[in-house]
Write a protein that binds this ligand. Structure first.
Ligand code: KG4
Ligand code: ZN
Length: 340
């Protein structure tokens, strides 16, 4: 089965062609991502109106590149998928409309994909992970622990009561004068810093419910930065390292709580899966690797290129639905809010 997937929910314009055969991992024939970094850099965050316009301008070229790199014609596709949310409505409309038009031209089914489910299913694309599994979904807008029981079958075990994990990285980066998106910048600066210089709080540590709270940690970083200002380069490195150490401890502790709850309710998960942009963080990956080893479970974290937003995960989620006989009507409306 060959599926084209489009992703336009935030600040990446992406298209990809993926092949799904049987129950094993999928094959990525092309995965074209055009990030809108320069467009939003000056604003320190994504500006929805600018994002929507940039998607309009880039999408045709990105789709053409994805089809030609995969060496696949429109008519050879078995379906066209687009992320229909959650995300910025302007961008979602662009991708959704394009996918519907292509489905009409190709005379193939259209699939509306939940962006979060696409992140969640990436571990099946890359590693053929069997259901059920425990998922940590951590991005700029979401921080959730989810029991993934099947396609379209998820149980949320815990979530953040305030900031998302990626949002905390982005806000710390912003207050330290680092670039956007902040996660990769904070991680880069942390490598030269002392993780033990600042004893930042580990909110929710030890709680049985696998929830997160990150705003107190973020505030602690701001107060420490204000206390020692003006900041030297080394101060910034140390603040980043100490923040990342605290965030990493929190993640490992909360995933452990999620694992306990999962096991009590659903039995042993086939794997622990990390997904979303924050899963690119090496410190967090290493901590999850250690935890998984201790629990005797496999850790599956997508390769870096598939952690952030991309078209391959949308195409794959579309293929998973098509394989179950699921597709959507052409009047499917954008869902800027669409919880898993
Ligand atoms: O999944 P994603 O690409 O977009 C959505 O939010 O849906 O995630 C982006 C988020 C941003 O907050 C970014 O700062 C964070 O993931 N991120 C990271 C790293 N790379 C990206 N956070 C920590 N460490 C990283 N290496
Ligand atoms: Zn995402």
């Amino acid at each position: 089965m060959l599926v084209l997937g489009l992703e336009t929910t935030c600040d990446e314009t992406a298209a990809a062609v993926v092949r799904r055969e049987g129950d094993g991992p999928g094959q990525i024939l092309s995965n074209v991502v055009r990030a809108q970094l320069e467009e939003h850099a000056a604003f320190g965050g994504v500006v929805p109106e600018i994002a929507a316009r940039a998607h309009v301008e880039a999408l045709d070229g990105v789709i053409a590149a994805a089809l030609s790199q995969a060496n696949v014609g429109l008519r050879e596709l078995d379906g066209v998928a687009a992320a229909a949310g959650p995300g910025l409505v302007g961008g979602v409309i662009v991708g959704l409309t394009a996918a519907k038009a292509l489905a009409i031209v190709a005379q193939k089914p259209f699939v509306a994909v939940n962006h979060l489910e696409a992140h969640a299913l990436t571990a099946r694309l890359t590693d053929g992970v069997a259901f059920p599994y425990l998922l940590l979904l951590a991005s700029g807008g979401h921080t959730q622990l989810i029991a993934v029981l099947g396609v379209g079958q998820h149980v949320r075990l815990g979530t953040t009561v305030d900031d998302a994990l990626g949002e905390a990285f982005d806000k710390v980066a912003k207050m330290l004068g680092l670039g956007y998106p902040g996660g990769p910048e904070v991680e880069r600066r942390a490598t030269g810093g002392d993780p033990a210089r600042f004893a930042f709080p580990r909110p929710m540590f030890g709680r049985a419910e696998p929830d997160f709270s990150l705003s107190g940690l973020k505030t602690a970083v701001r107060l420490a930065a204000e206390r020692i200002a003006p900041l030297s380069e080394q101060d910034v490195d140390d603040l980043c390292a100490s923040f990342q150490a605290a965030a990493t401890d929190v993640v490992a502790n909360r995933v452990r709580a999620g694992y306990r709850l999962f096991s009590a309710r659903f039995g042993l998960p086939s794997a622990i899966v990390a997904a979303g942009g924050v899963a690119a963080n090496q410190s967090i990956r290493m901590a999850l690797k250690r935890l998984s080893g201790e629990l005797g479970r496999r850790l599956v974290a997508p390769p870096l290129a598939l952690c952030g937003d991309n078209g391959a995960m949308i195409a794959w989620a579309g293929a998973e639905r098509l394989a179950l006989g699921l597709s959507d009507d052409l009047d499917f409306a954008p869902r800027p809010r669409w919880p898993l």
